[in-house]
Design a protein around this ligand. Structure first.
Ligand SMILES: NC(=O)c1ccc[n+]([C@@H]2O[C@H](COP(=O)([O-])OP(=O)(O)OC[C@H]3O[C@@H](n4cnc5c(N)ncnc54)[C@H](OP(=O)(O)O)[C@@H]3O)[C@@H](O)[C@H]2O)c1
Length: 272
């Protein structure tokens, strides 16, 4: 698929992977609508992109809380006014919560589900009828390697992203004759603000690395869009997990147990 001239809506465009994706897609000539909750930062991003790439219209920066269906409704309306239609929707907005799953307050499970699962679902429910009328469209859902298998201390996050993968796969089959494609992306650890902003429940710490850069992840996603891939698994750990999950599931379980004990905070070990 050629990116040039495509109308693309990117959620979570103000930071990290979404910011890198926006810059890269602008360089390739896409016409962009960028969204996130904090409009000031989003406007800065849109203006920076507009100055760096004068060959495309300055992206439209429009605020939206994807967890709120009405907010998404307004977003899609302004998107259609600006672009005339939507060729590609990139569901990238996301938040995280980290620490002991059993100590994670239920309200944190709800918050992470509201953004990572319902946020993407709200956007899809608004965009699919439009894409059906267009007879074509691509939806790119940014999941995570941790949606392939539950990872220690990420219970709420894994659950939200596994739910996103499941609904994406259901829709992919149901929409197979509609001209709408759904790509699922499974990034591994990537150096972004998500870790600074995440709710920390305690009991464990994040691994020291390795972390990919957001620009490398964005490059791989753009290549996958151009190559019309259906699934994109990133990071050596993610690729190994995908391979061994089917072949040697016990090995994956052992690896998860090892990760759980490596990342457990010391005082938690001594307290039992
Ligand atoms: N970093 C990683 O290691 C990693 C690995 C696998 C998958 N991912 C996924 O990649 C995606 C991007 O994450 P990132 O690492 O680039 O994080 P990030 O730098 O924290 O960016 C998250 C973006 O989402 C927006 N956002 C958060 N809540 C929102 C809401 N309710 N409505 C609209 N926008 C919202 C944020 O802007 P506002 O705060 O202004 O709303 C921001 O633009 C997420 O879906 C994440 O789960 C990340």
């Amino acid at each position: 698929m050629k990116i040039e001239g495509r109308g693309i809506l990117i959620t979570g465009a103000s930071s990290g992977i979404g910011l890198s994706l926006s810059t890269l897609l602008a360089r390739k000539g896409a016409i962009l609508v960028l969204t996130s909750r904090k409009i000031e930062r989003l406007k800065e991003v849109a203006n920076e992109i507009g100055s760096a790439f004068p060959h495309i219209p300055t992206p439209l920066a429009t605020p939206c809380d994807v967890a709120n269906r009405e907010s998404v409704c307004r977003l899609i309306k302004s998107c259609v006014n600006h672009l005339g239609g939507i060729d590609i929707l990139i569901n990238n907005a996301g938040i995280s919560v980290y620490g002991d799953t059993e100590k994670t307050p239920l309200k944190e499970f709800h918050s992470v589900m509201e953004v990572n699962f319902f946020g993407a679902l709200h956007c899809m429910l608004e965009v699919i009828p439009l894409m059906k009328r267009q007879g074509k469209g691509l939806i790119v859902n940014i999941a995570t390697v941790a949606a392939k298998h539950g990872v220690p201390y990420m219970g709420a996050y894994c659950a939200s992203k596994a739910a996103l993968v499941a609904v994406s796969q259901s829709l992919r089959a149901e929409l197979s004759k509609s001209g709408i494609s759904i790509m699922i992306v499974y990034p591994g650890y990537t150096k972004t603000n998500i870790f600074k902003n995440e709710k920390k429940v305690g009991g464990a710490h994040r691994p020291p690395g390795p972390y990919a850069t957001a620009s490398k992840v964005a490059e791989a996603i753009v290549r996958a869009i151009e190559g019309e891939k259906r699934d994109l698994v990133l990071s050596p750990g993610g690729k190994a997990l995908t391979l061994f999950q089917g072949l040697l599931p016990w090995l994956v379980e052992k690896a998860m147990e090892r990760i759980a004990s490596e990342l457990r905070d010391k005082e938690e070990v001594s307290n039992g």
